[in-house]
Design a protein around this ligand. Structure first.
Ligand SMILES: [Zn+2]
Length: 303
């Protein structure tokens, strides 16, 4: 679940409230959380100051010279910081509730910062990971993740987006948007929202998009981020959108509710095994196929 807006909320919280502070202690509740380069361990952190926090797509990193920690929250990771000296923040998956007593039975790590501040990483499904590596290797490590441009970075231009999609002409739209090497940061929720904004069907083949479609898709992604990032992410609990109809998110988690644009009932279908929400009127099923291919039922099934 945590996608770019949720991870960005964590990055901002850490940048504003923890940067410059020294680590004073820690407790690792779930050793499998951490994968460390040879010679490194979390025990090297106490006494080190947090110098910098960065993010690309859904990857977050914290730099404590001479080591860096790369964090991926995967499906259900959550970061919560508490302490009298800071306002505190919570970001990521909404379960357990952000105000639950911590540590929770699913808490994997607690990092203590001066003065008496705790940062908790909690993950009910235990897929989240922290990689420890020498700070000098950080950028090389991030490069080998082969991530596309981050949606909030100046590198995410229309031209860069078009070129990335050009290499994926035979792919269907939603799986292509979920591919982090195309663009970094979109997951299931914001793919649905971006496609609804752009009035495009998630199963349309990339190569069939017109120039106008591409512009709408690019703008739809930007608009979705513009709405989601200041909120720290869409409010979705147990698969259902929490805000009233007409508020963000507009389609994801809203099966059976009216489309805020045209009133048609929003439907849920499976695309590559992912629950996908759309308005069947605003986002009609694709009728055209890539130039140079034969539009047969067999091709459709294989795509
Ligand atoms: Zn509609």
């Amino acid at each position: 679940m945590p996608e770019l807006p949720e991870v960005e909320a964590a990055r901002r919280g850490i940048a504003e409230q923890l940067t410059g502070r020294a680590v004073t202690g820690l407790e690792l509740y779930r050793p499998r959380l951490v994968q460390a380069a040879p010679g490194l361990s979390l025990d090297l952190l106490p006494g080190r100051r947090l110098l910098e926090v960065g993010r690309q797509g859904k990857y977050l990193w914290l730099v404590f010279e001479p080591l860096a920690a790369v964090v991926h929250l995967k499906l259900t990771g959550q970061l919560v910081a508490r302490g009298d000296a800071i306002p505190g923040f919570a970001a990521g998956h909404p379960v357990p509730p952000y105000d639950a007593p911590l540590p929770h039975k699913s808490t994997a790590l607690r990092l203590d910062f001066e003065p008496d501040i705790q940062l908790y990483l909690t993950d009910v499904r235990h897929f989240a990971r922290v990689w420890l590596l020498p700070a000098d290797d950080l950028m090389r490590y991030v490069e080998q993740l082969i991530l596309g441009p981050d949606l909030l970075s100046p590198d995410f231009t229309f031209e860069a987006f078009r070129q990335r999609l050009e290499r994926r002409r035979s792919g269907r739209l939603k799986p292509t948007l979920l591919d982090q090497s195309v663009v970094a940061g979109i997951g299931n929720i914001y793919a649905d929202e971006s496609l609804w904004q752009a009035r495009l069907h998630p199963e349309q083949v990339v190569g069939t998009l017109s120039e106008n479609d591409l512009v709408r898709l690019y703008e739809g992604i930007k608009e979705t981020m513009r709405l989601a990032v200041p909120m720290g992410g869409a409010r979705i609990l147990h698969g259902k959108a929490v805000p009233p109809v007409g508020e963000f998110p507009f389609v994801h988690g809203r099966e059976g509710q009216p489309c805020p644009r045209c009133g048609t009932t929003i439907v849920k279908l499976q695309v590559n095994g992912r629950g996908t929400y759309l308005c069947p009127r605003c986002q009609p099923a694709p009728v055209s196929w890539p130039r140079g291919t034969v539009a047969t039922g067999r091709l459709a099934a294989r795509e």
